[in-house]
Design a binder for this molecule. Structure first.
Ligand code: MG
Length: 164
């Protein structure tokens, strides 16, 4: 049925600091701290970018959108995700790729995001033009342990499966 399948994973961390906005999965999350980064520091969208690129062995988000490039300063990571998917989807060998599913885990202590994961899924679904049933966002704390538990940072993991 499928000629080819590829799997990719992504992992990313951003520091949390006072006076920054917190963007997760394309959604602005009200919180006293926000994530620090060259872009809008949306860790969840970044790991999806990396998983997509990884599935095609096309490097990582830093390869395509260097954090030394002023064009990407403060950029909305939804734009990075859309551009990443454009890069990954097309294959010179012929036959564009489709995403079978995306599964993600967000690791943060505060705030609780369970009530807004469906907004994040809807946003990712829209950017990737993928049915929301194929987009999973899970969230966990680390039980107060490590940099996530101490609320010094936020991390995320993603897995994607591509087919054509
Ligand atoms: Mg990042």
């Amino acid at each position: 049925m499928w000629q080819d399948m590829r799997i990719g994973t992504g992992y990313d961390v951003h520091r949390l600091a006072d006076g920054k906005e917190l963007w997760l999965g394309g959604v602005r999350v009200p919180h006293e701290k926000g994530a620090v980064g060259h872009s809008d520091a949306d860790v969840l969208l970044h790991v999806i970018c990396d998983a997509l690129l990884g599935a095609r062995a096309l490097g990582d988000i830093g390869t395509h959108f260097p954090d030394t490039d002023p064009n990407f300063k403060g950029i909305d990571s939804k734009i990075l995700l859309a551009r990443t998917w454009d890069i990954v989807r097309a294959d010179a060998e012929g036959g564009d790729w489709s995403i079978l599913n995306v599964d993600t885990t967000l690791c943060l202590e505060q705030p609780k995001v369970r009530g807004i994961v469906d907004q994040m899924r809807a946003c990712i679904s829209e950017v990737l033009d993928l049915h929301i049933d194929r987009v999973s966002v899970k969230a966990t704390t680390t039980e107060g342990l490590g940099f996530v538990g101490e609320q010094r940072g936020v991390s995320a993991h993603a897995v994607v499966l591509l087919v054509r």
